[in-house]
Design a protein around this ligand. Structure first.
Ligand SMILES: [Zn+2]
Length: 334
């Protein structure tokens, strides 16, 4: 499949280049992509925008543009949230922001260290921005998982992810104490870093911009589709959703999918789904039921019409089944 896609894509890119100008043959993917109109900032509130990734899995034909990223323009410069999934997308994002404001990009805050949100970081680093992320991101950077993921992405997302693509550490690692949020001011605006807990990933971090009342949630919030739960800690995730609800943001920009302007409803959908998974799979684990049997017996009708149900639900359920088994084992004896 890969070998079929890549030559076709390369041929299409070459064709585009040749018809545009004679010198274009020497251009890099970054320069080619800069003409692509897909990366258009969408305003969500006064002073706040986001880029909406395409649905589906990262592949060469969507250039790895599957996640969202956002930015807030302050009087002293731009605060960016997430860096997208390739260095080329990071560069294109910088260009697109320059069409909105002349002010420099000062700060990039990362929702979590997963490939689709961080591979654009090197473009921001080269542009002089400071990077902040949760401290657990350090463990990811030194992990086999990170190395293996990069190797796979260099194959799957060539030429957008290649041997020049690097994993970039944060300049400041955010550590939360008992307080689950850290306020800060920048360019006359008020922001809050919010602990995502060890939920979707070990390094979840959210950003709330007070003046526009926009919460950038990373992958802890989904609109109109099932979340991807595999490998997550759903107990912590429910806690993160409760913290989000307490903020009462007017808008939430999720890590994937459309921005939510009906925050309460959308929060409830994710919350109800996680709770349902935990309750049903928790009962099955407690009664030592077989997973397949429990899955078939469960009435999924409340969620079966949602997009990604067919792709994600069974794997989500299995992951939560294992999680609930582990929770039962760690529970103190009565
Ligand atoms: Zn993601």
């Amino acid at each position: 499949m890969q070998s079929l896609i890549r030559p076709t894509f390369a041929a299409a890119a070459a064709l585009l280049v040749c018809t545009l100008c004679a010198c274009a043959l020497a251009r890099t993917p970054n320069e080619i992509i800069a003409q692509d109109p897909e990366l258009i900032p969408q305003a969500v509130a006064k002073g706040a925008w986001y880029f909406r990734g395409t649905s589906g899995v990262a592949a060469a034909d969507n250039r790895g543009f599957t996640s969202n990223a956002g930015f807030v323009v302050t009087a002293s410069g731009v605060v960016v949230f997430d860096a997208l999934g390739t260095p080329a997308l990071g560069s294109e994002m910088i260009d697109a922001i320059a069409h909105v404001t002349d002010l420099p990009i000062k700060l990039v805050i990362i929702s979590h260290y997963h490939a689709d949100h961080i591979y654009g970081l090197q473009a921001f680093k080269a542009a002089g921005a400071t990077i902040w992320a949760r401290d657990a991101g350090q463990d990811y950077l030194s992990s086999d998982t990170a190395r293996e993921r990069l190797t796979i992405r260099r194959q799957e997302l060539a030429p957008w992810v290649n041997s020049d693509t690097q994993l970039i550490p944060a300049d400041r690692w955010i550590r939360f104490g008992d307080e689950r949020s850290i306020p800060f001011e920048f360019g006359g605006m008020h922001f809050e870093l919010i602990d995502g807990g060890d939920s979707h990933s070990p390094s979840d971090l959210m950003l709330y911009a007070h003046e526009p009342s926009v919460l950038f949630s990373g992958d802890l919030f989904f609109t109109g589709r099932l979340p991807y739960v595999v490998g997550s800690n759903t107990r912590n995730w429910l806690g993160a959703l409760e913290r989000m609800a307490q903020i009462h943001p007017r808008v939430v920009v999720p890590g994937h999918g459309a921005a939510s302007h009906a925050v309460e409803n959308d929060l409830k959908m994710t919350y109800d789904y996680l709770q349902f998974l935990r309750q049903r799979m928790g009962d099955a684990a407690a009664q030592l039921e077989d997973f397949d049997e429990a899955y078939v017996k469960t009435d999924w009708s409340a969620f079966a019409n949602l997009p990604t149900f067919a792709d994600a639900n069974r794997r989500n359920a299995y992951s939560v089944f294992l999680e609930m088994q582990a929770e039962l084992l760690e529970a103190p004896p009565h």
